[in-house]
Design a protein around this ligand. Structure first.
Ligand code: DAH
Length: 348
């Protein structure tokens, strides 16, 4: 009887101890340790059950056995309840600490984009191609012949001065082209007339850097050669280009000028798009902006190409891309194009 009572007390003690301990548990892994301790194979509870065989009375054995089973079930049940609530608690905690703010903007990867000069070059190319000009390219490393001689630029012309042109140490006549007019010659050498081309590319001049000048810049060259080409066609073409480029009708002024490779030659001004000839900072209070040079191709230039170009006439024009871009975007310093400051480039 005593043994029986002790047995009961012992079992209840284990149960109470286990349940008390359980209330302190706040983590799943601690709960697993608890399970090993009270319900595992080597638990006190199991040790006790092994002694059950020592009870003589079958009735006592039965009642204690039943008690042990009830306790085991209680503990198992408690384990399961705790396991469920602890995992729910852990999920809640996780949600609280790792909560996602779905209103935050996404982490988009920044995509690259074109440099403003590339955009302007594409724009110019598209406009002229729309007018039937074929876009061609020429080398940036050139010779005296293409840069000067073939373009009717005299030997003593100031543009040949070393201060303007970058010569290379490859050979005395090899230089970095100072104008895209070189491509006029290369195109005519390759193709028989009629010919209608533009060429956009880099040119180099030995100039001091300031807000308006940079030793590298870009030009657009245009050339149209055919029978009976006249100045009126040149004017129409350039006026059309200016209107399309600036996306509005702007007045133009053709002023007589001199270029060795055209005769007659003209400098073209367009109405300042910012003040409409009233005068403002952009146009230096002149109301007009100089944007290009043009003229009828000089007979000497055509003669230099060869007999195929006899009896043909042509018009030509050339303009600075940076200048056009500066007017179009309202940029007041050419150096912005070459500093590669991402804050500037990203705006286009
Ligand atoms: N090559 C000239 C320059 O660099 C620009 C130019 C003027 C080109 C008149 C032409 C032209 O084709 O006809 O200043």
């Amino acid at each position: 009887m005593v043994f029986n009572e002790n047995f009961e007390i012992e079992l209840n003690n284990i149960k109470n101890e286990a349940l008390t301990k359980l209330t302190d548990i706040n983590k799943i892994d601690l709960l697993e340790i608890w399970k090993q301790e009270y319900l595992g194979r080597k638990s006190k509870f199991n040790d006790l059950l092994k002694l059950l065989g020592k009870i003589d009375s079958i009735e006592q054995k039965k009642s204690i056995g039943e008690l042990a089973n009830t306790i085991k079930e209680t503990l198992n049940q408690s384990y399961e309840n705790y396991q469920q609530s602890l995992s729910e608690l852990e999920i809640t905690k996780q949600i609280e600490t790792e909560s996602i703010d779905i209103t935050l903007p996404g982490l988009n990867r920044k995509s690259g984009h074109y440099h403003p000069l590339s955009l302007i070059c594409q724009r110019i190319g598209n406009i002229f191609q729309g007018m039937g000009f074929n876009q061609v390219f020429g080398p940036e490393i050139e010779t005296n012949y293409y840069n000067f001689d073939a373009l009717n630029i005299d030997f003593d012309h100031p543009a040949r001065d070393e201060q303007d042109t970058f010569y290379t140490n490859v050979a005395p006549h090899v230089l970095l082209r100072s104008q895209t007019s070189t491509v006029q010659i290369r195109a005519m050498e390759k193709t028989n007339p009629p010919l209608k081309i533009i060429s956009i590319g880099r040119v180099y001049r030995n100039e001091e850097i300031n807000a308006r000048k940079y030793p590298i810049f870009h030009q657009v060259e245009g050339l149209y050669v055919n029978k009976n080409v006249n100045f009126g066609q040149l004017k129409w073409t350039l006026q059309k280009f200016i209107n399309l480029f600036f996306e509005r009708d702007l007045k133009t002024r053709f002023r007589p000028d001199f270029f060795p490779f055209t005769e007659p030659s003209a400098e073209v001004d367009c109405e300042c798009p910012f003040c409409e000839t009233q005068g403002c900072k952009t146009c230096g209070y002149k109301g007009w902006l100089e944007i290009l040079g043009c003229g009828m191709v000089h007979p000497n230039v055509l003669k230099n190409i060869g007999p195929n170009y006899e009896n043909y006439e042509g018009f030509a024009f050339g303009m600075g891309v940076e200048r056009l871009a500066m007017i179009k975007f309202g940029i007041n310093d050419i150096r912005y194009f070459y500093n590669n400051d991402i804050r500037f480039i990203e705006q286009f």
